[in-house]
Design a protein around this ligand. Structure first.
Ligand SMILES: [Zn+2]
Length: 80
């Protein structure tokens, strides 16, 4: 396997959260996360986005404006 960059790992976040990565890949991924706060932040955001979209699915009311604004800020600041 060639060396994985943060971009490579972040492309796999969806598979990690969905439990679709092979066990040995998960071990290497978690090892990377131990030393890489930016990837941990991306992972947390990814999980938050997923639980939020599930939540919206059950409760289709609009988000409170203050929360929506905060979420948008977090997502934008984490971009790139
Ligand atoms: Zn990383």
């Amino acid at each position: 396997m060639t060396e994985m960059t943060c971009d490579d790992w972040q492309e796999l976040l969806g598979d990690l959260v969905a439990g679709e990565l092979a066990g040995d890949v998960v071990v290497v991924f978690e090892h990377h996360l131990c030393g890489c706060p930016p990837c941990v932040t991306k992972l947390e955001l990814y999980r938050a986005t997923i639980s939020l979209s599930r939540c919206l699915h059950c409760h289709p009311e609009p988000l409170p404006p203050a929360f929506a604004a905060k979420l948008r800020r977090v997502l934008l600041s984490a971009d790139g």
